[in-house]
Ligand binder design. Structure first.
Ligand SMILES: [Zn+2]
Length: 273
């Protein structure tokens, strides 16, 4: 059996049997991991108030090759991100991001890929425990989450011919987002495509900046109502097409931070021709 000793964020936990707890965690060095904590509900010594969602932990355990579950032997609390639990908008957004990771984060990844996912999870929980949750922040964090999971939309150049937005694509040309290809299309290429969402340059730039900026700068990127509707539609359609699942926490999030309201009720994407 191989030993596990690393940091992890708790994504989901369910009681099992008399006193066990099954946990799903995102580890800093190995992606998603499912583990059983034997007698967790009785042992205040090995698991002192640690096995709750959002908690950042230092975990120790063992994993058998090809076993469905690892054994979690002890966990120490590093950060409970308490600020998330006191404001509904923060809680709803954190729940959504954590559910996205629980559903989509791969198991058994290593190196940079695992570190990038863990970095996204810990940085966004840390940010959310301190800042005011807004619809803009929701949109940008969702986009960053998709990027961390390996789904990065292309906002810089046409996905069909490679023309660069702002250089080869003249300012008076309309830009569209092609949902299936996951990126923007120039006017010429858009003529031959279906499934397009028109998007203005300002909205495009805000999304692009949301992907490239330091995560601490995201609360400073404010989209107005018009940009939110456009950008929200792009992110929502992109997510649905490429992820294909509706997350349970999305409805609650829509009530608390309704960014995609207009985006979701808008008619289907159209052809530019
Ligand atoms: Zn093109």
């Amino acid at each position: 059996m191989a030993a596990i000793r690393c940091e992890a964020i708790l994504l989901r936990a369910v009681d099992y049997g008399e006193s066990d707890r099954i946990v799903h965690v995102l580890t800093e060095s190995g992606g998603r991991l499912t583990a059983i904590a034997k007698a967790a509900r009785r042992s205040k010594r090995r698991f002192p108030g640690t096995l709750d969602v959002f908690n950042r932990l230092a975990i120790e355990g063992r994993v058998k090759p090809r076993a469905a579950m690892a054994f979690l032997e002890r966990a120490r609390l590093i950060d409970p991100y308490l600020g998330i639990r006191v404001i509904p908008g923060r809680y709803a957004l954190a729940s959504f991001l954590i559910e996205m990771l629980d559903r989509l984060a791969p198991e058994g990844i290593v190196g940079e890929e695992a570190a990038r996912l863990f970095g996204f999870a810990s940085d966004s929980l840390s940010l959310l425990s301190r800042v005011e949750p807004t619809a803009s922040l929701r949109l940008l964090l969702e986009l960053r989450g998709l990027d961390a999971l390996g789904l990065r939309p292309e906002f810089g150049r046409c996905v069909r011919c490679g023309r660069v937005a702002g250089e080869d694509i003249a300012a008076d040309h309309r830009i569209h987002f092609h949902v299936a290809d996951g990126g923007i299309a120039c006017t010429a290429c858009a003529m031959r495509l279906d499934g397009l969402i028109p998007i203005e340059r300002g909205s495009l730039r805000a999304l692009d900046r949301g992907l490239s900026a330091d995560i601490e700068e995201l609360p400073g990127i404010a989209l107005d109502a018009r940009m939110l509707a456009q950008a929200g539609r792009v992110v929502f359609r992109f997510q649905r097409f490429h992820v294909g699942v509706e997350l349970r926490s999305e409805r609650f999030l829509d009530e608390v931070l309704p960014v995609a309201h207009a985006a979701k009720s808008a008619p289907d994407p159209v052809s530019a021709s």
